[in-house]
Design a protein around this ligand. Structure first.
Ligand code: EPU
Length: 335
């Protein structure tokens, strides 16, 4: 295991931003944690654990250490009458892992097909799509505490999941290295196909994990740009969750504002709709822009700087605030 210096992060972030990290290492084996901990003792600099780099935006040279987590491996670890328990190492590609579970005949992750990134990054922001969130299928997360060098397993409650949030994102902030994730996949299918467009696309097809996965893949491809062709980080903004009062005020003025009522009485609305209403969809400034088919996705048309993406995001936040008095929050981490 070597720690390299002045490495371009372009291959390691889905926005395709060409910016350097001062130090860079690939964590291929659990033993590499020793070298990482040693580096931390000897350097008073920040470090960042990186999976597929699909949820970050680099705006300046990263003056610290980027740790690319590459741990590989996946297996059925146990089963009982109702559930398959399947474990995957953090560096496994998320989508390939989902398709592998489907090939084994285990359903449950099909709605999360084609989400970019790695297995280890998935719990950090509790990835979600088409009516299913990671928390719905997660059993536990294996971690190493990098301060203490101790390994442990966190159950679902300890992960403190909520919409695009977790203990790893909000509290432990890189102190815990996620090494593997165990999933609880139901033996009796619990298909989720109520999300707009999914049911219609499945009409006439048998309900199987593979067919649902194929449908989700087609839906995503029709709306979202492929990061290997056009740099992006998926949804750049979270859908705002607002109080019922705020909601009432807004809907009085904008009757077709999308709304997804939450269990606690608050209302989730659509950031894409808000941005679209401000006229941003398809907008281009220099080599950054808003994707033509989805207002929530900021794209790198080629050679963009992270700063240009950040400026565009700030312009969008300002215009949504001026029109709707709502402040959008970025989903990726900005460095
Ligand atoms: N809409 C517009 N304009 C657009 C796109 C959408 O007005 O350009 C409105 C429509 O009314 C639509 C509504 O927004 O009905 C919702 O759109 P969509 O179904 O595409 O979902 P979303 O809320 O924009 C979320 C996730 C996506 C996930 C989809 C599907 C967030 C921030 N985003 O998007 O996740 O794929 O649902 O479940 O929660 C990601 O996080 O990177 C991501 C792509």
């Amino acid at each position: 295991m070597t720690i390299s210096e002045n490495i371009s992060l372009q291959p390691y972030n889905s926005f395709g931003i060409d910016i350097d990290a001062q130090y860079f290492m690939e964590l291929n084996r659990l033993d590499d944690v020793v070298a990482l901990r040693e580096w931390r003792v000897n350097h008073d600099l920040p470090y960042l654990l990186l999976g597929g780099g699909s949820n970050c935006l680099f705006t300046q040279t990263f003056e610290g250490l980027i740790v690319r987590v590459n741990l590989q491996g996946k297996a059925l670890v146990s089963e009982d009458d109702t559930t398959y328990y399947v474990k995957a190492s953090a560096g496994e590609n998320w989508h390939q892992f989902v398709r592998w579970t489907i090939e084994q005949g285990w359903g449950g992750l099909e709605n999360l097909s084609l989400i970019p990134g790695t297995v280890g990054a998935a719990p950090v922001q509790n990835i979600g799509a088409y009516g299913v969130e990671l928390v719905d299928r997660l059993h536990s997360v294996d971690v190493i505490d990098l301060d203490r060098g101790e390994a442990s397993t966190l159950d679902k409650a300890a992960c403190q999941f909520s919409y695009r949030e977790s203990y790893f994102k909000s509290v432990s902030q890189g102190r815990l290295l996620i090494t593997a994730v165990t999933f609880a996949l139901p033996k009796k299918p619990r298909w989720k196909i109520a999300y707009a467009g999914v049911q219609q696309a499945l009409e006439g097809k048998e309900l199987t994990a593979r067919n649902i996965s194929d449908t989700i893949i087609a839906l995503r491809q029709s709306k979202l740009p492929d990061p290997t062709i056009m740099g992006n980080a998926g949804s750049f903004f979270k859908n705002p969750i607002i109080s019922n009062n705020e909601w009432q005020n807004l809907v009085a003025k904008y009757s077709n504002l999308p709304n997804y009522p939450q269990a606690d009485g608050s209302v989730k609305t659509s950031a894409a709709w808000l941005i679209d209403q401000c006229g941003w969809k398809g907008h281009r400034q220099g080599n950054v822009g808003v994707y033509k088919d989805h207002a929530l996705v900021l794209v790198n048309h080629g050679g963009a700087s992270g700063q240009a993406v950040k400026t565009l995001a700030e312009d969008i936040i300002r215009s949504v605030k001026d029109k709707f008095s709502l402040v959008l929050e970025a989903e990726p981490r900005v460095f």
